[in-house]
Design a protein around this ligand. Structure first.
Ligand SMILES: Cc1cc2nc3c(=O)[nH]c(=O)nc-3n(C[C@H](O)[C@H](O)[C@H](O)COP(=O)(O)O)c2cc1C
Length: 362
């Protein structure tokens, strides 16, 4: 436990503001920025602003329950820590602090291939914690396989394969500020792990991306063959890809546009959620991320078909602002806000959060 103080943080904006003061310029541009003109990043928030809720009144909301079961693991709330690279950019305790805060709150945390400390050290940071490993495909399948085997051995409960990054999106802000990931960032999982390629290599009339960009749906089958862990595909935005994910044996999908950091002009995650939920919601678990900042966002995404929702940037803000205590504060603020919104909409349990709660799900 660090001594970072939680005092003074009563909203997510407080955490963001404190983080902006403590974080260096290039790391801040990396965290906050999106792809291109950041249209998709803004759309993620605007999609929530366009929806309204249909509250029911005079419901007995004295006792609320929002514990969830995510791929068989019981957690205390239907939100989780999304996988994000390099927590060490904002706090010396890095992913260990995030893991401890999430573990103590019994919140699912998912950790990136590009973590600052190794996946084994993350696992050691807290004895019992629900955690999944996020996999980036490596140029050689043997390297991908080794990461999967390590995650399984270290007791991660699922593999989230991120499929929306054959190459990193064009991130203007990050490029202008000098991406911290382009330089000497520490990769906790070992020097042999590679980061996604920042730009295609243009050679005359041709462009090449690295070898991992040649993967197709077969890779999902190959990964399933080497692990008993359930596989979740992250970065699904269409009903067609959701269908293929289910047909290839994924146990879950994450509706996500990577926080608007990949394809600018991809739809807001919330606008893609209805078609994915409709296509595969009865067969696989549908997860969601992009723009979750409040209890009302959580409840809206759940109503439209998500089983649980992920938090990306807010975890960086909390970690930068207050280390482990900051992340604990973030999780408790969101739990309180979720409970408040459940009470105000007359929903006592997660199963009562259905489409009738949202005026305009589409
Ligand atoms: C700084 C940063 C680093 C990220 N790194 C990863 C990563 O390593 N792997 C991954 O699958 N997604 C990564 N993401 C995307 C998040 O998992 C998530 O999709 C997104 O942040 C959700 O949107 P939000 O930031 O609005 O909550 C990253 C996002 C940010 C902001």
């Amino acid at each position: 436990m660090t001594n970072d103080s939680q005092a003074g943080f009563s909203t997510l904006s407080d955490l963001e503001e404190a983080a902006s003061r403590k974080t260096d310029k290039s790391a801040w541009a990396y965290i906050q920025g999106g792809a291109g003109e950041e249209w998709t990043m803004r759309a993620n928030r605007e999609a929530f602003h366009r929806r309204t809720l249909r509250p029911r009144v005079l419901v007995d909301v004295e006792n609320l329950e929002f514990g969830a079961t995510l791929l068989g693991t019981k957690v205390s709330a239907p939100f989780y820590v999304s996988p994000t690279a390099s927590h060490g950019l904002v706090h010396p305790d890095a992913e260990a602090a995030t893991a401890r805060a999430a573990g103590k709150a019994n919140i699912l945390a998912t950790f990136s291939t590009l973590s600052s400390i190794s996946l084994e050290d993350i696992a050691k940071a807290v004895t019992t914690s629900p955690r999944w490993f996020q996999l980036y495909l490596q140029p050689e399948f043997s390297a991908t396989k080794s990461l999967v085997e390590r995650a399984e051995k270290a007791d991660y409960k699922a593999i989230i394969l991120t499929v929306d990054m054959p190459v990193a999106g064009t991130r203007d802000k990050e490029n202008q500020a000098g991406s911290p990931l382009a330089s000497s960032i520490i990769l906790g999982n070992g020097r042999e792990v590679v980061r996604p390629l920042r730009n295609p290599i243009v050679d005359g009339d041709h462009a090449h991306i690295r070898k991992e960009a040649s993967n197709t749906w077969d890779v999902v089958d190959r990964i399933r063959e080497i692990t008993r862990l359930p596989l979740v595909l992250k970065g699904i935005l269409t009903r067609e890809d959701a269908r293929r994910a289910a047909d290839h044996g994924a146990k879950g999908v994450v509706v996500s546009n990577h926080g608007g950091r990949q394809l600018d002009h991809a739809p807001a995650s919330l606008d893609a959620l209805p078609e994915v939920a409709e296509e595969v919601g009865s067969e696989v678990e549908v997860y969601f991320d992009g723009g979750i900042r409040r209890g009302s966002d959580i409840i809206t995404a759940l109503a439209i078909g998500a089983r649980a929702v992920g938090l990306g940037r807010p975890v960086f803000w909390a970690l930068a602002a207050g280390g482990e205590a900051g992340v604990s504060k973030l999780l408790s603020l969101l739990k309180t806000d979720l409970a408040t919104v459940m009470a105000l909409t007359g929903r006592r349990t997660l199963s009562e959060i259905d489409r009738s709660l949202v005026n305009n799900p589409w």
